[in-house]
Structures are given as C-alpha cells and as structure tokens.
Design a protein around this ligand. Structure first.
Ligand code: ZN
Length: 84
C-alpha cells in the first residue's frame, strides 16, 4: 500500500479510541503498530485493532465521516478533527 498525500474520504481512519480518549494515527502507531506477520489482523495503519488497551477495551476506530465534535489527540494534543 502506498500513500498518496493527505486525502480524507469515508473510509479514511483519522483517529483511534482507547483508554477513554481519542488518539491520532501517529500516536496510535507509536503505541500499537506492529509488523505484519499474517497471524494478527492489522488495519491499514498497522494497528492491531483487535488488541485491547490497558483497560480491557478493544481499540476503537474513527473514520473521517464519524466525528460530530472537534476532537484532539489525548497524547500529543494535536487537532484531529475540526468540526467548525
Ligand atoms: Zn497524537
């Protein structure tokens, strides 16, 4: 898979939810990204979305069309989605 610049469409993952907060793709990758082995399901960002966070919750996925509010990353505090 190659990256063709920053484009958002309905199936673009813009954030993840775990540990009761939103997290941008970059921070989620730093935390969870793994090498594809063929035995673990990972999404297009190499995030093993069936894995659980430290609270026992499965990692949630936020698509570009999902947010109904402005959201920021709980780790780097960067703007993930500007609802205004
Ligand atoms: Zn972040």
């Amino acid at each position: 898979m190659s990256i063709h610049g920053f484009m958002t469409h309905a199936t673009t993952i813009i954030a993840y939810t775990y540990e009761a907060d939103y997290h941008c793709v970059a921070c989620a990758r730093k935390r969870f990204a793994i090498k594809r082995t063929g035995t673990v399901n990972v999404d297009c960002n190499d995030i093993p979305i069936e894995q659980q966070d430290c609270e026992g919750n499965t990692i949630g996925v936020i698509f570009a069309t999902d947010p109904d509010e402005t959201i920021h990353c709980g780790d780097c505090h960067g703007l993930i989605y500007d609802f205004d």
